[in-house]
Design a binder for this molecule. Structure first.
Ligand SMILES: [Zn+2]
Length: 145
């Protein structure tokens, strides 16, 4: 597994949980399945911050729209996004699970050079036989501070 932006286990976790990377999202990146959809969502954000393309692909639901894209093309698109953006922070507003479905609303703070590309989204997740997977996302208006 090659990482674009390797992170130390002792570094603060990019998902801004307050825990270290090694005590938060890193075990999921190494193969443990996140027990909740919120943890999966957080670990996906951390994977973008750490440059872990494999994890983003692994946690993408088989029915996500991006699965229509040939895997090598998708992999390159994700890799380019990771290189171009800085993943600076994550705020989770709400997370609810309804059986095998879950919805997490969050704001991701993302910059490309000096330009703010932050966005707010409600992501939908489905629990598959493997674990929680990212099914789709709906972009929301960014809240005024
Ligand atoms: Zn984390």
């Amino acid at each position: 597994m090659s990482l674009l932006k390797p992170l130390k286990r002792s570094s603060p976790c990019p998902c801004r949980s307050g825990a270290s990377f090694g005590d938060c999202c890193e075990p999921f990146h190494r193969g443990l399945e996140p027990p909740t959809a919120e943890k999966l969502m957080r670990s996906r954000f951390s994977a973008y911050a750490a440059g872990n393309v494999d994890y983003i692909l692994r946690t993408l639901h088989p029915n996500h729209a991006d699965r229509a894209i040939p895997e090598e093309v998708l992999r390159e698109t994700i890799r380019k996004g990771m290189s171009a953006f800085r993943y600076l922070g994550l705020t989770v507003e709400e997370a609810r699970e309804e059986g095998e479905r879950a919805f997490v609303t969050f704001t991701a703070k993302i910059m490309k050079q000096a330009k703010d590309h932050s966005f707010r989204e409600t992501s939908e997740f489905e629990k598959t036989a493997e674990g929680w997977r990212y099914l789709s996302g709906e972009t929301l208006p960014v809240r005024a501070k």
